[in-house]
Design a protein around this ligand. Sequence first.
Ligand code: ADP
Ligand code: TRP
Length: 321
Amino acid sequence: MRYLSGIQPTGRLHLGNYFGMIRPAVEMQHQGEAYYFLADYHALTGAAAPGQLAGLVSETYLDLLACGVDPEKAVVFRQSAVPEVHELAWYLSTVTPMGLLERCHSYKDKVAKGIAASHGLFAYPVLMAADILLYDADRVPVGQDQKQHLEVARDIAGKFNEKYGPVFKLPESIIREDAGVVPGVDGQKMSKSYGNTLEIFAPEKELRKKIMGIKTDSTPVEAPKVVERSTLWGLVRLMGTEGERAEYRGRMEKGGSGYGDLKKSLADLVLKEFEGMRKKREELASDPKRVETWMKEGAAKARNTAEQVLKRVRSAVGTQK
Ligand code: ADP
Ligand code: TRP
């Protein structure tokens, strides 16, 4: 079983990324072969200022390793280490109906948000299909927002196979429902684009300050607090031990604890949860040689797999051998 997933290196990792994507990815690397990559070509369709991308790739790579992605177990690489992905994307684009791309919500949403409607943004799902098919992935763990892109990837693989014979496996998505949507400090979905994130590797002072700023209602100190659908519980439920969660829930239900105290306890829980990873990140950052070696090894392994798959594809379509 081969798992594959990608994340765009567009900013510092937040709790939503961790619980929604990285934690499941860390678990999966122990269940089968895993390929994880930083989608730097995809990131070019977004809002990052020119000159930032290379730095973001290195930072996000360290973040992933600090969170437990193991470069000795999984193949961890940056998308642009294997530029052959564009060759495959071209073959795929020739069998991709326009209507399939026109129906993609993500494209429409991004344009509605003011991102320029470039050809790259429109063709994003074709490159994503190439990412998946180039490595013969069986299962692709992603968040709910990527579900449609996975359906498109399967459709494209099916179209290609119809025309050229059984070249590709049809990949399946794994949508993790258990983390659900992780709320941000304003109660909406935590997302870089809403500016409501709690960043895992932010300095302690900044993290505490952000947690103390979480929006709450005006329930008085002595009264019981609403638990379900509250931002505080939406975060606490993901962390700590069962006992710690039960105790926290009890304090909310019983009343007598003000939101200030509850936020302080949440900050303690967050810092405890990520303490080991924060330390590990510092260690990794102090050993750039070792990190560079891992990155190179990941790239070489990814490229090796990609070359084998591309041979099959070139032979099917009749381009260079
Ligand atoms: P952002 O919304 O901050 O730009 P991305 O779209 O880059 O985050 O998300 C990267 C991964 O993290 C995706 O797999 C996505 O589903 C997951 N993810 C992001 N935010 C959340 C959240 N609030 N809750 C659960 N998963 C999330
Ligand atoms: N589009 C994904 C996101 O924004 C990132 C991504 C690119 C990806 N290629 C992929 C995810 C291939 C899974 C498989 O989160």
